[in-house]
Write a protein of this length. Structure first.
Length: 105
């Protein structure tokens, strides 16, 4: 599992291949599919202050965010600490559910 920062002709993106992550079992146990769309929803819910400055181009097999290098670097730091921690993912999912947030997975 690795989150990658990319730079193509001055455009920056952050990608994550969905599947095989430490938190996948926690996502599935909560009734969600641990795909790119789920992780996009998690980012939008958990870090709205970062997500508002990003564009997303996720797919079933990959999470993808496009934005400034500084915003993506900040997201990478936050995101890495969560996808490797099933308990943190369970906590975010529970908070989202309590607030009526719908994941699009």
């Amino acid at each position: 599992m690795t989150i990658h920062l990319h730079d193509f002709d001055g455009k920056h993106s952050l990608t994550l291949d969905a599947g095989g992550l430490a938190a996948d079992a926690a996502v599935a146990a909560a009734g969600h599919e641990p795909n790119g769309y789920f992780w996009e929803g998690l980012v939008r819910f958990a870090w709205p202050d970062i997500a508002e400055y990003l564009d997303f181009d996720s797919e079933a097999g990959m999470f993808c965010a496009v934005g400034s290098l500084s915003d993506l670097a900040r997201l990478k730091t936050e995101f890495e600490s969560v996808i490797t921690n099933p308990e943190a993912v369970r906590d975010i999912i529970a908070r989202a559910k309590n607030l009526g947030f719908e994941f699009d997975d």
